[in-house]
Each structure stands twice: as C-alpha cells, then as structure tokens.
Design a protein around this ligand. Structure first.
Ligand code: PGA
Length: 240
C-alpha cells in the first residue's frame, strides 16, 4: 500500500452542513494519505474536493431489486476507491455473515475498489487469550472463498471490539504481535502480503505512540475522524 494512510470511518455521524465545513478545512492541503469514508448520502459533497473516498458499506450485485443497498457500480460513480467490509457494527447489529463478506470483497475487487476487511476479538475472547484463534477463524472463513485476484487487493483492519469507541487501546507490543500474526498467517496460507491497519480509539493524542509500531500500515479512525482539526493533527504524525 506504500506509505501509511488514515482511513476516516465517519459512521452515521455528521449533518450535511457539518460535512461541508469539514471538507473546507482541507482546502489546498495535500492529503494523499487520507481516505474519508463519509455517510454514503454525503459522497456527492466531496466530488469537488481532492479527498480520496471510501464507503462504509457496499452490496455485491451491480444492480437490481435490493432496497436500501448501494452497488459498487454506483459507488464508482462517486469516485469511491475503498470499501469497509466486516466492521463489527455490521457483524453485530446487522448480523452480516462471512458469505456476505466474501461476496462483497469479490464484488469490490471486480470494480477496482479496495476492500478493507475488519476483524477483531471481543473483550471476553481477549481475556481468555483467544485473540489469535478468533482472528484466524475470521480471516480464513472469508479469505478461503474469495477469488484469487482479490487477495492481492485486500487491506485488513485489526479492530479489537473492546477498543472501538471505548478509549481503551491494546499496548503497542500487543498490536505489533497481532499484526505480525495476521500478516504471517495470510502470507503462509495465501502467499500474499497484506497491509494491516489498526483501529479502535485512535485519536490525535495517542497516534504519536501508535505510529511507532513498526509493522502497522495505517489507522482506521472512527469517533476522532469527524473533527477536521484532529484529522490534521493525526495526519501530520502519520506523514512525518
Ligand atoms: P473508534 O472507531 O475510533 O471510534 O474507536 C473505530 C472504528 O469503529 O472503525
């Protein structure tokens, strides 16, 4: 993936006027290492800006009777280059399945959209030291069925569920060890090198320390990503 990137997962936050103000803050600033994933409804607001775009959710068919869904073809109309797939909120609240994730990954790659596949363990699994086992299963259950060409396009986001929106973050040593584990099992099994992002309570205060982790390829930022001044601070750290 080259240099590190910040992916802003803005979830269902922000109103139209807040998004407009947010976009203004990046005017005339080179932001090559930033990808904004706004509420899909606001993608048109970004069309005059130079900001790279991702989508928070995507469907796997190109077109058809799928009420409420957005196809990769439609996302491409708005210059979407990345799609978040398998986020824990989609897993837990919307009960999305591994089969659905696999179809979404394949559909994205078919349309030249890079899938950001999210994995992560619960607090209970973490406490029981089952993190590796859980991550391995989450990875294999989906990757074993995706098309070969999709594997090379994939980005993994490691997001421990207990770190999302809680202010809790694993130690740098833990994130380093887990990132290494993810990269090595994928390499050994599928013979591809995948970039790995860390996500979960990343903010403008802790990013300097997190950025020291040697094998991290970037960050997936939720709550702190709706504030342009926080993004600019985090961006400075990541590109320095
Ligand atoms: P957070 O969310 O930064 O608010 O913890 C991260 C995510 O859900 O991607």
């Amino acid at each position: 993936m080259g240099n590190k990137k910040i992916f802003a997962n803005q979830k269902m936050y922000m109103t139209k006027s807040e998004v407009e103000t947010f976009i203004q803050a990046f005017h005339n600033q080179p932001m090559d290492h930033l990808v904004i994933c706004p509420t899909a409804l606001y993608l048109p607001l970004f069309q005059q800006s130079h900001l790279q775009l991702g989508i928070q959710n995507i469907f796997y068919e190109d077109t058809g009777a799928y009420t409420g869904e957005i196809s990769p073809v439609q996302a491409k109309d708005y210059q979407v280059s990345y799609a978040i797939i398998g986020h824990s909120e989609r897993r837990m609240i919307f009960h999305e399945s591994n089969e659905l994730f696999q179809k979404k990954v394949d559909a994205c790659v078919k349309h030249d959209i890079k899938p950001i596949f999210c994995i992560g363990e619960t607090k209970e699994q973490y406490d029981m030291q089952k993190t590796n086992q859980i991550l391995k299963r989450q990875i294999f259950d989906v990757l074993k069925n995706v098309k070969k060409e999709a594997l090379g396009e994939l980005i993994i986001a490691y997001e421990p569920l207990w770190a999302i929106g809680t202010g809790l973050v694993p130690s740098n040593e833990e994130i380093k060890r887990i990132t290494e584990y993810i990269k090595s099992i994928i390499y050994q099994t599928f013979h591809v090198s995948v970039p790995v992002l860390y996500g979960g309570s990343v903010n403008e205060k802790n990013i300097e320390s997190l950025n020291q982790i040697p094998n991290i390829d970037g960050f997936l930022v939720g709550g702190a990503s709706t504030d342009s001044s926080k993004i600019l601070k985090m961006y400075e750290v990541v590109v320095s």
